[in-house]
Design a protein around this ligand. Structure first.
Ligand code: NAD
Length: 239
């Protein structure tokens, strides 16, 4: 098992849900964590909880310069960057004609471009070091879309396709590219856009920490082993 102590991990979408839980789990394993998201107050709350081995960067994954700033902060604060968790994402449920142009554009920009920009900011550092890890938090919707999430599924399929191609491009250069594809997870995801805090089934979903544990397990694999796509789902989730 690999040891995370001393490693530096940048996490997008770290202000809540899976990203925040991943920050906590990895920090508990001794990693330094650089937390990127838009909500400064939430980020500061989490960094003050995690202490000196955490840094916050107010950023929007739709902006390539913000991703460069995320990596630069990792290097300025901790000296290097070893891992990117491309986790930020949004979703809205509804038929193809039910969602507005703006909703669809925001989902495509955040989930697709917002995965590409952080990766492009991280890869030069990983190439220079001769190793690195990219973990993309996609979704089961990136393996098989349901009827009320066509564009969301398209963005998640895009992440899975991106990861598969990058694995072929970067593996020989020491960079592992992994996908975690969770099923329903009880977070703020899609709240007010198809989910509500009191919706039936929320209590049966995965917890953010369950997904964070999967990220940890991927990173702890010896460097001779790569994880391509790992889908995890609640035992209660139907097919
Ligand atoms: P969440 O809403 O709690 O967290 C999403 C995070 O992304 C938040 O920190 C949010 O602020 C951030 N974010 C959104 N847009 C951003 C932007 N433009 N720039 C920077 N940060 C931005 O939801 P979550 O469930 O933790 O979602 C994390 C990832 O998990 C997403 O990619 C989502 O698609 C994926 N996922 C979620 C579920 C689920 O059921 N919750 C299931 C499968 C996959």
């Amino acid at each position: 098992m690999g040891d995370l102590s001393g490693s530096v991990v940048a996490i997008t979408g770290a202000s809540s849900g899976i990203g925040a839980a991943t920050a906590e789990v990895l920090a508990a394993e001794g990693a330094s964590v650089v937390l990127g998201a838009r909500r400064r107050d939430r980020l500061e709350e989490l960094t003050s909880k995690l202490g000196a081995r955490a840094a916050a960067v107010e950023m929007d994954v739709r902006n390539p310069d913000d991703s460069s700033r995320l990596m630069q902060t990792a290097i300025d604060r901790f000296g290097h960057i070893d891992t990117l968790i491309a986790n930020a994402g949004i979703g809205a449920y509804g038929g193809i004609m039910d969602l507005s142009d703006d909703q669809l554009r925001e989902m495509m920009d955040t989930n697709v471009a917002g995965t590409v920009w952080p990766i492009r900011a991280a890869v030069p550092h990983f190439l220079q070091a001769g190793n690195g890890d990219i973990v993309i938090v996609a979704s089961v919707a990136g393996l098989r879309g349901a009827g009320d999430e066509a564009v969301y599924a398209a963005t998640k399929f895009a992440q899975v396709g991106l990861a598969g191609a990058l694995d072929r491009e970067l593996r020989e250069k020491g960079i592992r590219v992994s996908v975690i594809a969770p099923g329903g997870t009880a977070t703020e995801f899609a709240m007010g856009a198809g989910r509500t805090p009191d919706m039936p089934g929320l209590a049966d979903m995965l917890r953010p920490k369950d997904v964070a544990s999967a990220v940890l397990a991927v990173l702890r694999q010896p460097r001779s082993i790569r994880t391509l796509v790992w889908s995890i789902r609640s035992i209660k989730e139907a097919d």
